[in-house]
Design a protein. Structure first.
Ligand code: AMP
Length: 526
């Protein structure tokens, strides 16, 4: 067979030649919508590539983006790698000091930034970030992105190799410094092909996709590249991620599949429940949910609303798709309780991901009881961090240690029970906080629940549950304890329930338990 290198050219060429008229819709900062096509977008991406090479970008250089989800960001997703460079998507939700650290650690030479993010850019520069050149999207004049494209010289783009670095993302790093993960052309292409499979995320041309997940989070889960490959209509929400704005796009652009973290879907569910009949959505819209656990109740609620949640699990280090909770025919035929319980698990590994769950006795049995750490191996799993940090995250036989704790059922579905760092050790016994949280979020009055360990004089640590109630709902600690009691060992039940307005979150919308633990560090047990 031929030695065809698995580079982004394949997707760019296909999008340009066969998905030419496929539509890309972008929400602009003034809330207006702009429309373009894959044909036009790739044409501009090639211009960007030539302009970057003309401006001195060399193979392997890093070019950063500080942008929302819109067509120009998609151009950068193609144009930067087609220039032989690496696209480094900066996470605009991080603290400016952290963004500056990350940009300098990566050695980003150029930056492409949205005009509406210039105030943030100023702060990043004040925090010590250095870019040789900066191009502004949405602005006119000398430093504008459009001017860069308009001046693109007529030159040949470098020939790419599949091992070239295509993209770079930093982990959100709730502990320690953020660490960089480099994706190759080959890893990205294989990831896209497998993520699109029917038994994975099942993306096809006839669909309209809305990535609510930002393009600065693990490549928006690969959706921009998948959409271009299959030619699906792509709807980009820009800076507006609040429920009414997302629902408006879903309704008006006839979205058939959207992707985002549970927080987004909790907001959407509440908005749909608050105004029944207001939004006319396509029947059976699928929402891909990942980044944090999707509570079973949320999956049930969306079924009730005629929409459907599909859970996937992954991380920055896994490109990110690792597992998908898609029911096989025998599970589809199971009773309702089993179906929902299974859909609320993280699922089975997709093809080309080798996954095992190990504890100190070795690989755990598929008994749905014994838990251990999830370890993965495969062509789109990171083999190291930029700079070679924490090599101990990789086992001697080549698996990446995810830090996620799970058990495995007889069908091979993993169920995450915690992060290793969040497990509570009470009187020498482990308590898994995510299990408690998922159960608590099944209570009709509870909007969100986060459980943390707080120092205890007798047990060393005991669980405290921080609860956010649904609007207008009420319930007591005793009611919640009684609600949990039938399904958990007595020592697992939180000793304290505190009712708060909001749970602190990371830039990716995950519970920020470090902050919560800090908040309740001096909690007085009674
Ligand atoms: P990040 O690298 O920021 O994408 O974070 C990855 C982490 O998010 C994983 O290690 C998990 O702890 C968590 N995560 C991702 N998807 C899920 C999911 N479906 N359910 C529970 N946790 C998840």
């Amino acid at each position: 067979m031929m030695d065809a290198q698995l580079t982004l050219d394949w997707i760019a060429d296909r999008a340009e030649r066969y998905n030419t008229d496929g539509e890309i819709v972008s929400r602009r900062p003034d809330r207006s919508l702009s429309r373009t096509t894959y044909g036009q977008m790739i044409g501009r991406a090639r211009k960007l590539a030539r302009a970057l090479v003309g401006a001195g970008i060399q193979r392997g250089d890093r070019v950063a983006t500080l942008m929302w989800n819109h067509a120009e960001h998609l151009e950068a997703y193609f144009g930067i790698p087609l220039a032989g460079a690496t696209i480094h998507t900066l996470n605009l939700r991080l603290h400016p000091d952290e963004i500056a650290y990350i940009a300098n650690d990566a050695g980003d030479r150029f930056l492409i930034v949205d005009d509406v993010l210039l105030p943030l850019y100023e702060k990043i520069v004040a925090a010590g970030a250095r870019f040789e050149r900066v191009f502004v999207v949405g602005a006119g004049g000398d430093g504008s992105y459009d001017k860069l494209l308009a001046g693109a010289p007529d030159l040949a783009l470098p020939k790419l190799a599949e091992t070239d670095a295509l993209g770079l993302c930093y982990t959100s790093g709730t502990t320690g410094k953020p660490k960089g993960v480099v994706y190759s052309h080959r890893s990205s292409l294989l990831h896209v092909l497998v993520a699109a499979l029917p038994d994975s995320l099942d993306f096809k041309r006839s669909m309209t996709l809305l990535p609510v997940v930002p393009m600065f989070h693990v490549n928006a889960w690969g959706i921009p590249y998948i959409a271009a490959m299959v030619g699906a209509k792509l709807v980009m929400p820009g800076p507006y991620l609040d429920p009414p704005s997302v629902l408006e796009l879903m309704q008006n652009e006839r979205v058939t599949c959207a992707a985002g973290v549970p927080t987004i879907w909790i907001g959407i569910r509440d908005a749909l429940d608050a105004e029944p009949g207001r939004w006319k959505l396509q029947p059976g819209i699928r929402m891909v949910v990942g980044g944090s656990a999707a509570p079973e109740q949320l999956i049930r609620d969306f079924d009730r609303l005629g929409l459907s949640l599909l859970q996937a699990w992954g991380m920055t280090e896994t490109s990110p798709i690792g597992t998908v909770a898609r029911l096989s025919p025998e599970l589809e035929a199971a009773d309702e309780a089993t179906r929902y319980r299974t859909r609320a698990k993280q699922g089975r590994p997709v093809p080309l991901v080798d996954l095992r769950v190990c504890n100190e006795d070795g690989e755990v049995p598929r008994d749905d009881k014994t838990s251990g750490e999830v370890q993965v191996r495969g062509p789109w799993i990171s083999a190291s961090y930029v700079g070679g940090h924490t090599p101990e995250r990789w086992t001697a036989d080549g698996y990446f240690c995810t830090g996620d704790v799970a058990r495995v059922d007889s069908h091979g579905f993993i169920q995450l029970t915690d992060r290793m760092a969040d497990l509570i050790k009470s009187g020498g016994e482990w308590i898994a906080t995510q299990e408690l949280e998922n159960a608590l979020m099944g209570h009709p009055a509870v909007r969100e629940a986060a459980v943390i360990g707080v120092a205890h004089p007798k047990w060393s640590e005991r669980p405290l549950a921080a609860i956010v109630l649904k609007q207008g709902a009420s319930c007591t600690a005793d009611e919640l304890r009684a609600f949990l009691a039938p399904n958990f060992a007595k020592f697992w039940l939180p000793d304290a329930f505190v009712f708060i307005d909001a749970i602190p979150r990371t830039s990716a919308g995950k519970f920020k338990k470090t902050e919560l633990r800090q908040q309740f560090r001096d909690y007085r047990w009674t």
